[in-house]
Design a protein. Structure first.
Length: 145
């Protein structure tokens, strides 16, 4: 059975929308045919990943033009969940955060990329033809019990 879910939303560059987008991610996951244990774990993971991605986009990246907002595109098929977070900032170098970097738990900042990499199968960050950037997060969906 093909069970595809697509969500595309743009929010203002304000952190007050974090809870809304986290819940939206959970709702997308709830539409997928996953066994109960995996469903709950993935709901929590996607909420956390979306929150971290948006915090980074709003506080670190989109400071150059907050009126443009942040666009979130979520797609889920039988095989994979993909989240794209588009921003209009100057961007950053994802490669400066190595896969093995473990942030200092006492520091207030620096854990977002680590958390995203820990919970997702792949994390990419790309420039878009001089028109902003996109963070691409992918998670393979395991539907077995």
């Amino acid at each position: 059975m093909n069970n595809t879910v697509l969500v595309d939303i743009t929010i203002p560059s304000h952190t007050r929308y974090l809870g809304l987008i986290g819940k939206l991610g959970e709702t997308v996951v709830s539409e997928l045919n996953l066994c109960p244990g995996k469903h709950e774990c993935l709901c929590q993971s996607i909420n956390m990943v979306l929150t971290e991605a948006l915090v980074n986009a709003i506080t670190h990246v989109t400071t150059t033009d907050q009126d443009k907002g942040v666009q979130i595109h979520i797609s889920a098929s039988n095989e994979e969940l993909t989240i794209r977070v588009y921003d209009h900032g100057k961007g950053f170098n994802l490669n400066r955060f190595t896969e093995n970097d473990c942030p200092d738990p006492l520091q207030e900042h620096g854990r977002g990329i680590f958390i995203m990499r820990s919970l997702m199968d792949s994390v990419e960050y790309q420039k878009i033809n001089g028109n902003g950037n996109v963070l691409i997060l992918r998670k393979k969906l395991d539907r077995s019990n």
